[in-house]
Structures are given as C-alpha cells and as structure tokens.
Design a protein. Sequence first.
Length: 530
Amino acid sequence: MKNKSLIGGIKENIPSGLVVFLVALPLCLGIALASGAPPLSGIISGIVGGLVVGFLSNSNISVSGPAAGLTAIVLTAITDLGAFELFLCAGIIAGLIQLILGFVRAGSISNYFPNNVIEGMLAAIGIIIILKQIPHALGFDKDYEGHESVFDNGLNFGYFTELFGAIHPGAIIITLVSVAVLIAWDRVHVLKRMKMLPGALVAVIVSIILNQLFKMSGSSLAIETQHLVSLPVPKSFDDFKNLITTPDFNGFTNPKVWIVGATIAIVASIETLLCIEASDRLDRQRRITDTNLELKAQGIGNLISSFIGGLPMTSVVVRSSANANAGATSKASTIIHGIFLLICVLSIPVVLNLIPLATLAAVLILVGYKLAKPATFKHFWHLGKFQFIPFVATVVAVVATDLLKGVGIGLAISVFYILQGNMKRAYYLSREKLNDADGITIKLAEEVSFLNKAAIKKTLKNIKPNSTVTIDATNTSYIATDVLEMIQDFANIHAKEADINVELLGFKTSYREYARSEDSHILVTHKRAM
C-alpha cells in the first residue's frame, strides 16, 4: 500500500520536486563551500537526503540535505582533524548514533516543543531567508548560505558598504522579473492550473534567456559567471571519480573523531526533530510523522552519505518550506528532487551553470515571506501574551543567534509562562473578586502540585471573615502534600479564628499516603456557629 501511494503521488509531485531541486542545488553547493568541504560533498548529501531518507522516512513534506546549522561544526572539525577523509568517519559515527537514538525512541522529545515556539522558529527562518537572499537579489554573491544567523556574516557598516558597492543592475532586473513570474503563477487562475509547469521553472527559463540576450547584445546588464550557479563539470569518468572522496578508516582510532561524531549526531537529531514538527504544521493534511522512524532514516542517510563522500544531513526547514509552498502532497516530491539532483549533476551541469543566483534568490524570498507573513504575527497577538511573547522571543532569538540557541531561548520563556500559568490554574481569585462574592467556591484542578501552592495560598489569605467557602476536589486525582497541609491548616485553624464557614468536597482518603497521619482531619467539614 505504501509503495502504491508513493507511485500514485509521483505525477502530481513532479512540479514541487522540481522547485525543491532548484532551491536545494545552490544551497548544497553553498553549504559545502562554507563548511570547507569539496563542492560535490554537498550535492551528494542532497541526493542521499532525497533518495534514501525520502524513501525511508514517513514524513510527507520534510526534505533532508546538508544543513546550515552544522556548518560551523563541520568547518571546525575538518580544520582540527586536518583532512576531510577523517571527518567522513565522524559522519559514519553520527549516523550510527542516530540509528541507536531511533531504536531507543528518543524521537518522542519532539512532543514537548510548544506550537508557538515552532511557529516562531518558522517565522524566524523566513526572516533569515529574506535577509540572506537580498544580497543575491542585488547581485552580491559573497556567501550563498553559510550560517543560520544573519549576524554571522558581519552585518556591519563595512558589509553594507561592500553590498551597495556591488549592486548589479542586471541581477536586480532578473530578480524583479522572476518575482513577477512567481506571483503571476501563484495568483493568475489560468497559470495556476498549469500544475506540471511550476512558476519557479518558468522563472529560471526566463532568467536564463534574458541573461543570454544581455550577453548577445553586449549589454552591461549581462550577469557573469560569478553570479551564476557553479557546479563542477567532469569531462570524463575519471574526472568524476576524482570528485568523490572516501573515508580514511584510520579515523576510527582518533578520539577527536568520536567526539565530533557524537556532537553532529546530537545537533543534527535536534534540528531534524524541530524541522519535522515544523513540517507537520506546514502539511495541509496535518499528517503526523513517526519521529523515531525519522531518526533511523537520518542515521542510515548519514551512514551512506559519509561512505561516499557526502556532508552530514538533517531535515531542513528551508527546503521543506519550499516543498510545502510548491504544493507537495507526499514524500514522492522529496524523492523526485533527489532524482533531479542526481540526473542533472551527472548529465547537464553546463546548463545548470547558466542559472542566475538572482532568480533562485527570488524563489527563496517568496518562500521566506510566506513563512514570516504579518498574518502569523497578528494571529499570535490575538492569542494573548502567553502565546505571543514566547513566539516573538523565539523569532528574535533565532534571527540573532542560530536555530538551536534561539529555540532554546524560546522554550525557556515558554516554560516560564507555563509554570506561571500552572501556579494560578489550580485556583486563584483576586481580593476584588472575593469581595464581590456571596459564596466562594474553590474548584481544584485535576492535579494540584507544589507549583499551585502560591495561588491557592493567596486566595485563602484574601478570604474575608464571616464568609462561606467551598473547596471542591471532586475532579482532582492528585494533591501535593504541602497543599493538603495548607488547606488543613486553613480549615482547622484560620477559618475558626476568622469565623469562616468551610466545606470540603470530594477529598479522597487515598490522599493520606501523600500527607501526614493527621491529614485525615481535612475530611472534616467545619461550620461556624450560627
């Protein structure tokens, strides 16, 4: 059944697979170069991520490949180890560790990522995409995608001076034309029906033709080689073999290699789980991915990639977002993008090297806008500060630092608000509300922990003398010992002194195992003398 559904989805997923291929191609190359690795290593990782991980995973939207989040780790490791061949051993170790994590069901950690943090991460990735692609849209192609944080590229006065000094009019024209084509294909009804001809492909074809016309006319608008896709072009089978690097298995005796492998496994697994949560939210059918199976698929993918000279991979938000926005309906799209990468790199690298980076920047800018559109911020604003503040904090932190640090900050703030909410959720009434009430009912939550003690204590303290109070634990399955003792003291001591009528409902005798022996008194109803 699984293979039938996969085959059935091939035709309708060819356009989205093609779009992801166009997005993934320069990213694979850019990340490899930024990592200090051979250019083809990024392409190999993208091919394995599409064909192997795409087939083994049950995620319908996510796309795997070399990740910007691993760039700093890979660059440092290759430098320290002194050879890329030794680093490949670390990739094999990382793959083995990920396999083990999948079998011990470590993927369940993804269930604890709050939605506002995941949405904040997506919006931040959208902002980063836009900020990182604007230079390429203007014809400044110093670094395609080396880091997840926009500040790692040195966004200072010198950077802007260099950027605006390198603006290329031809690149700007091609960017604007590409954006116009993409918007038209997305909004004009007649063009939207041409599903087998995606707007991204049309934009690429138009940009290549336009640039060739610039060159033929001798115009200064012509975009030169440094602003185009740059794939290695093997002229013979021997040339191609020389582009592939194999591991130096002596690396397994080096402790540094094992440390690097463990580091990559942990970082890559967390990034993958984050991306899977995000991808499931981007899926229009809201299907749920088996995260443990995903870790196993990533592990096998990293094993194969490292054995044939590829970079470590993760599930990647940028490519997954492009996949979802292009209308992908199944994992067939991911596999198709891997097939396109393999075929085109082997057969037509010369044609691919005619694609202006400005066109690909236009595709990514629109992807980024859809992730970070104002409507998302407005939605969380209307949900209230407990949702909005962690969301915005995640956005700012991811943009300012990187994916893992930013999500960590967002999680910490989200947990703070969860704890704050839990402290009040068991029951809290302000003095004003208590003053307006004739009879006061305190209905306890299903579980009352020490976190709720402060809210309950404050409520009990605010109750004025000569009041009638009912503390209802009918639906409560657990009450912490210190909370039970506090209620006991209130009912048996303070209520008598303040002439407060207290009625206790639903307290179970099984609570005695959590409290002192004299807690049985809490079951006694106290009424003031009339």
